[in-house]
Ligand binder design. Structure first.
Ligand SMILES: [Zn+2]
Ligand SMILES: [Zn+2]
Length: 149
């Protein structure tokens, strides 16, 4: 059997999530799937859609993001107070963020995960979830912060 193309797959995904299949929902979901490592703010998503010649307004983008998040298809990250960054839903991971260039590195560390369980247990606390975001500098040669004074 031929593998279903992305478009058809996304229609199924949206339907399964109980969402009506609309062009903007499909398009936005497609962008997330085509770059699973990316973290998109609404503005960044708008730029991508513009590049593809898609005329989808910011208000619609925000609405679709909320819907996709409620349907558990994407994950919302509040890395800073200005704008949320969204990514396609995948297995649990934490983030390192460069405060100079904004680069986001994903990581998992079993010791860290276990330690959080231990701490919670020590306080007779039932851990449900956690957010671990480390801020710093990426030290990459192409970091935009490098040339700044
Ligand atoms: Zn974690
Ligand atoms: Zn991530």
């Amino acid at each position: 059997m031929a593998t279903k193309n992305i478009k058809q797959k996304n229609i199924d995904i949206l339907k399964d999530a109980g969402l009506k299949v609309t062009h903007s929902r499909c398009k936005i979901l497609e962008i997330f799937q085509s770059s699973p490592d990316e973290h998109y703010t609404a503005d960044k998503l708008k730029d991508c859609l513009d590049d593809e010649g898609e005329k989808i307004g910011l208000a619609t983008i925000y609405r679709v993001l909320t819907q996709l998040e409620m349907a558990d298809l994407i994950q919302k990250n509040n890395f800073n107070e200005n704008q949320s960054a969204y990514e396609i839903k995948k297995s649990h991971h934490d983030h390192l963020i460069c405060t100079k260039c904004g680069d986001i590195i994903e990581f998992t560390n079993n010791d860290l995960e276990k330690l959080q369980e231990t701490i919670s247990n020590n306080y007779d606390f039932t851990l449900e979830s956690h957010v671990m975001t480390l801020f710093g500098r990426c030290n990459k040669s192409n970091c935009k912060g490098k040339s700044e004074k």
